[in-house]
Design a protein around this ligand. Structure first.
Ligand code: ZN
Length: 58
């Protein structure tokens, strides 16, 4: 079982996807990607909650 996050699934016109064994692992990758590619500095609690809600279990 793994978790997958897709930027497109979260409403962004971006094909990046991140996977991880735990929610925390994926969310760390998402925060890093958001910082580098989407100029999102400091993932707020609200943002993290939203990202978490869009995670898919695979
Ligand atoms: Zn993206």
């Amino acid at each position: 079982m793994a978790y997958e996050f897709g930027c497109r699934h979260a409403g962004s016109a971006c094909d990046w996807k991140g996977r991880g064994a735990t929610e925390e692992e994926v969310l760390e990758k998402v925060a890093e990607h958001a910082r580098k590619k989407h100029k999102v500095t400091g993932a707020t609690d609200t943002l993290v909650r939203y990202f978490r809600s869009t995670l898919r279990q695979t």
